[in-house]
Design a protein around this ligand. Structure first.
Ligand code: MN
Ligand code: MN
Length: 291
């Protein structure tokens, strides 16, 4: 990796760390969900960076992919467990990091995903397999009486690419990709009191352009024009002009211009915690850019 690329990754990580730390402190009982999301996103822009994806703010059994809608009226409630997942980029080089804010009495669950992440990071160096990282995560979370979410994973990061190989499982698997110096990826354990698997909810707030083939319908073309500057990075429905956006977005998903990220949830009434860091493999370990 050349020095400029490394500098961009490091700068994105420093900004992500600062913003997620300050932003998470604003999450309190009675605070507005929409205001928190907009404030954290604005902080990234004020720092001179870009958003690699809309701020994900997912509550309780929702593990990932929720964000505010345009007139979201939710307020944080006593007992909420909020996953704050932030993506920052500098010139396309991404820092992806997440933490969990506990407005109840679930510090043990929060500690489980955090310690699993720390244990996995300690294992990272060339020639280790991603399966070994998954084992470490699974063991830590299960030893505390929770379930790792087996169908959510960490992932490689590329320039303007939010998910690419290697996949970092949250459970032990045999072998898998062997780590090499220079790889950039996010590790993101989720600990759950539920089933340990997520499924799609009907709520859909986050989308991503996956094709540049032409669009004829004017309302659809307006959306594509609006999100072209994202260069393929995910965007929020909230960021679009409001009129008919939901039905137009559904059409663009059907025509395979857009990919949709539905909210992903474990079973109703369960609680999920998450922690995430981005790291770069070095010859003897790794650099954690988001710490
Ligand atoms: Mn993330
Ligand atoms: Mn991630």
């Amino acid at each position: 990796m050349d020095d400029t690329t490394l500098d961009h990754y490091r700068e994105a990580g420093i900004i992500a760390k600062k913003v997620i730390t300050e932003g998470a402190q604003r999450i309190r009982v009675g605070a507005s969900y929409l205001e928190i999301v907009e404030m954290i996103e604005a902080m990234v822009i004020e720092e001179g960076a870009g958003l690699a994806f809309p701020l994900n703010l997912s509550l309780n059994e929702d593990a990932a992919h929720d964000t505010a809608s345009l007139r979201d009226e939710r307020l944080f409630q006593k007992g909420d467990l909020a996953k704050v997942d932030l993506g920052v980029h500098i010139d396309g080089y991404i820092a992806d990091t997440a933490t969990t804010v506990d407005l109840g009495t679930n510090s043990l669950l929060v500690e489980a995903s955090n310690q699993a992440l720390e244990n996995a990071i300690k294992k990272v160096r060339p020639r280790v397999t991603v399966g070994e990282l998954g084992s470490v995560i699974q063991m830590e979370i299960e030893s505390r009486g929770y379930r790792p979410i087996s169908n959510l994973t960490g992932h490689g990061l590329g320039r303007y690419i939010i998910h690419c190989p290697p996949t970092i499982p949250n459970v032990g698997i045999n072998g898998g990709v062997v780590l090499e110096e220079g790889m950039v990826f996010a590790i993101e354990p989720f600990a759950s009191t539920g089933s340990g698997r997520v499924s799609d909810k009907t709520r859909r707030e986050i989308y991503q352009q996956i094709s540049t083939k032409p669009v004829r319908i004017p309302s659809a073309r307006a959306i594509i024009d609006h999100i072209r500057e994202r260069k393929g990075l995910p965007f929020a429905r909230r960021w679009l002009p409001e009129r008919k956006s939901e039905i137009t977005l559904s059409g663009l998903v059907r025509s395979q211009h857009l990919h949709v990220y539905p909210v992903l949830s474990d079973i109703a009434g369960s609680l999920v915690s998450q922690h995430e860091h981005t790291l770069i493999v070095t010859n003897e370990g790794c650099i954690v850019t988001t710490r």
